[in-house]
Write a protein of this length. Structure first.
Length: 382
């Protein structure tokens, strides 16, 4: 039976190749979409015991520095640090020269992010230098920065240019995207713009993820009647909010994926129907030789299943090869995409979808072949 199924597959090599290629590219697209969705859902680098407090109006609305002490004294809060997104332009505006740049507080930053490791001498040197900055190891290696090197960042959101000196390099091997970030002293930024006491976000480290709801409610209630109301959310929810700015990305990716799967299903079903019709007379001969309905049913289904699995395996394999390349290119614009990879779950889903397409597309022709009477098969012209 296996030899016969293989021979039938290779009977029209061009048609089989084109069908497998169609499945391969459809599963390649679907695998990429699933990987993007997994990445957005996982939000690499986020922690279950960190909460972001920001303006309830928008991220562009800054909060008073007086809120700092109030949020760090909330129940279950172990540490709090202010962060201001600077953006700016380093070298030029090409995507490969983009990386996150934050104005931060040296005394509290590493208390809130204990997974970031830096030597005490380097941390002290950063705190003592108004123009100092610290960078992740991956970022420093990319640009060849060494302790004491000076860099220039042109301001855009904030109308001030920064001349910074590298005073420390931190590491975080478990989340490489966190090693692509630069932190400089917030006092330097405030002096440059001539305004003090304005904070973009407060990051809180709490004692247990079980208390995050209580802390969020307490933070929002604390400033409910103030001029600057806040919104408190988990670090994961905060990171996902950036994707939401692009619209319903999950829905868009799901629709594209479904469209690809449905299209390739009809293509494969049409191919299997054509192949079955061409072998009508052959089916009659097989029945004459003693093949029963079940054998014919399995024969046609085996052919369609082989096409589906082969296309899915090639598509998932090609996706696994391309994802690190795509991730590296996108990671230059958004570091989180640098971790884009083909997961085991996506492999399993891709192969399952390929098998389902193969079986469903071959089911109709297989049933038709099994029910075909010998007399009708011999009379019909393929």
């Amino acid at each position: 039976m296996r030899k016969l199924a293989l021979r039938n597959l290779l009977r029209n090599k061009l048609r089989t190749t084109l069908t497998v290629a169609s499945l391969m590219f459809a599963l390649l697209l679907l695998s990429l979409l699933m990987a993007f969705l997994d990445l957005l859902a996982s939000t690499s680098g986020s922690s279950d015991n960190r909460i972001i407090v920001r303006s309830a109006i928008s991220l562009a609305t800054l909060l008073p520095e007086s809120y700092w002490h109030q949020v760090e004294t909330l129940p279950h809060v172990e540490a709090a640090t202010p962060l201001n997104w600077f953006q700016g332009v380093y070298k030029d505006e090409r995507p490969e020269n983009f990386f996150p740049r934050f104005a931060a507080d040296p005394a509290t930053l590493f208390k809130v992010y204990p997974e970031l490791h830096i030597g005490p001498e380097e941390l002290q040197a950063w705190a003592a230098d108004r123009r100092g900055f610290v960078a992740g190891r991956t970022l420093a290696r990319k640009y060849g920065w060494k302790i004491g090197d000076a860099i220039f960042i042109k301001g855009d959101i904030y109308p001030v240019d920064l001349e910074l000196v590298l005073r420390g390099i931190f590491t975080q091997p478990k989340t490489p995207d966190q090693e692509k970030v630069l932190y400089f002293q917030r006092q330097y930024l405030e002096e440059g713009i001539g305004k003090r006491g304005l904070i973009g976000t407060y990051v809180l480290r709490i004692d247990s993820p079980a208390n995050e709801v209580a802390v969020r409610k307490a933070a929002e209630a604390r400033f409910e009647n103030s001029d600057f109301q806040v919104r408190a959310e988990t670090e994961k929810a905060f990171q996902l909010s950036f994707a939401e700015m692009l619209g319903n990305v999950k829905l868009l990716f799901t629709v594209i994926g479904l469209a690809a799967v449905i299209s390739i299903f009809f293509i494969t079903a049409n191919t299997m129907a054509m192949a079955a019709r061409e072998r009508t007379a052959e089916v009659g001969v097989l029945k004459t030789l003693g093949f029963v309905r079940g054998q014919l049913l399995r024969l046609v289904l085996a052919e369609s299943l082989a096409v589906g699995l082969l296309g899915a395996a090639l598509g998932c394999g090609l996706s696994a090869v391309l994802m690190p390349v795509v991730g590296a290119l996108l990671g230059k614009m958004m570091p989180v995409f640098g971790t884009l990879r083909m997961s085991g779950g996506n492999w399993a889903a891709g192969l399952a979808i390929g098998a389902a397409i193969g079986l469903l597309s071959g089911l109709g022709p297989a049933v038709a072949a099994a029910r075909l009477r010998i007399v009708d098969a011999v009379r019909r012209v393929a």
